[in-house]
Design a protein around this ligand. Structure first.
Ligand SMILES: [Zn+2]
Length: 383
């Protein structure tokens, strides 16, 4: 059933959102339209006085809270929240499914928790605070809002929606991670109580569904306890918590293909909660999910390149990464390129591999070093 929804995804996709540069005014426009149709409440304002909203749907006993974009430069979860709302408001062959979900569950959606960060396309808020390290001090008004809603609503499940960096891959996979999941720990010992176990079973169910449609592209995050992170603290309150991370597919710079799978994962999670299908899984299944490994990929790998520095030549590999712009003026997101690594890179995966056999690149002394700009690329390679 959820697979059929995936096939019809374009019907539900919020067409006003299609770039990572999603801004608060775009959300405001849609919220304006939704106000007549759904229970929309303003639940507070950001440091820069931008409104933050909660949208409530459904009337079931199973309570689910979702919030997105607590990191301003991670908008895919916000797009997906509006896709999900479109799904719930539609009238089609999936009426039975949505009726079941709305009868059994009550959903609170908080899209774009960090509108000031979104405005600047930065991770942190206008005070320079990482909201996901502010769960204890609650210095930011955005953090207070999330804390208050969580305490008042006391959901059965909390979904914390993020986007991860592009360079991850599941262990033992040569493909990039598209979706990664985590049941955060609530203490350093990584103990598993009944509520945390429930989130692990839910993730196992989501994984078993996703691995059929995006094999080798689903992973789980490391569960090291972070004492001041929201997910860890909400899990600690006895709420089954799931961290969702939208990953990356080569060439999908605005993550619109990833978005489709992200939407499907969350809808599947709702279905699993509503039917309690997750009870068919065991903790062992969670342990079997491959780990999400960082920095397995680079953007461009120059293989077997002859480098010439100060009249000396040698053969090596060079890895290059894109340096993404963080202003609102960008078109294709890439500002420039930086050198990521040099040397034996046989174990590094790359979104693009260029065989440079027989070609020589002349580089100024001291310029072929990690994190220096790879300006030589423009001279030697058509970008
Ligand atoms: Zn994040």
């Amino acid at each position: 059933m959820i697979l059929r929804v995936l096939q019809q995804y374009e019907t539900f996709k919020e067409k006003n959102f299609n770039e990572l540069t999603l801004k608060h005014n775009q959300v405001l426009t849609l919220i304006g339209d939704l106000k007549n149709k759904l229970a929309v409440t303003e639940i507070g304002k950001s440091f820069e006085n931008k409104e933050i909203f909660k949208i409530k749907i459904g009337h079931g006993t199973k309570k689910i809270l979702l919030w997105s974009q607590m990191h301003g430069n991670e908008p895919v979860g916000t797009m997906v929240i509006f896709d999900l709302l479109n799904f719930f408001m539609a009238d089609d062959e999936f009426n039975q499914l949505r009726e079941n979900l709305l009868e059994s569950c009550t959903f609170y959606f908080i899209p774009m928790l960090n509108p000031d960060g979104a405005e600047l396309f930065i991770r942190r808020n206008a005070q320079g605070i990482d909201l996901n390290r502010d769960a204890l001090k609650l210095t930011a008004s955005e953090s207070k809002i999330l804390d208050k809603i969580t305490t008042e609503f006391m959901p059965d499940f909390a979904f914390n929606l993020h986007d991860q960096e592009t360079y991850y891959a599941p262990e033992n996979s040569s493909k990039s991670t598209v979706i990664s999941l985590l049941s955060p720990a609530f203490d350093y010992e990584k103990n598993i109580d009944e509520k945390r176990a429930k989130s692990m079973l839910l993730i196992s169910d989501i994984f078993s569904f996703l691995k059929k449609i995006i094999p080798e592209q689903v992973a789980k995050y490391n569960d090291s306890f972070m004492p001041n992170a929201f997910g860890d603290n909400i899990q600690k309150k006895g709420i089954s918590t799931v961290l969702f991370e939208a990953g990356y597919i080569s060439g999908d710079n605005h993550r619109q293909t990833v978005r489709k799978f992200y939407f499907t994962s969350i809808l599947y999670a709702f279905h699993s909660i509503s039917t309690e299908n997750y009870n068919n899984f065991q903790l062992f299944d969670y342990q079997q999910i491959p780990m999400n490994l960082k920095l397995k990929f680079c953007d461009i790998l120059l293989k077997n390149v002859t480098v010439k520095i100060s009249n000396k030549s040698y053969l090596t590999d060079i890895a290059i990464n894109k340096n993404l712009l963080n202003t609102e003026k960008f078109t294709d997101l890439v500002e420039d390129y930086i050198i990521w690594d040099i040397g034996d890179l046989d174990n590094l995966l790359s979104f693009k591999i260029i065989d440079m056999k027989g070609k020589t690149i002349e580089i100024e002394k001291n310029m072929l070093q990690r994190l220096k700009k790879a300006d030589f690329l423009y001279k030697y390679i058509e970008m």
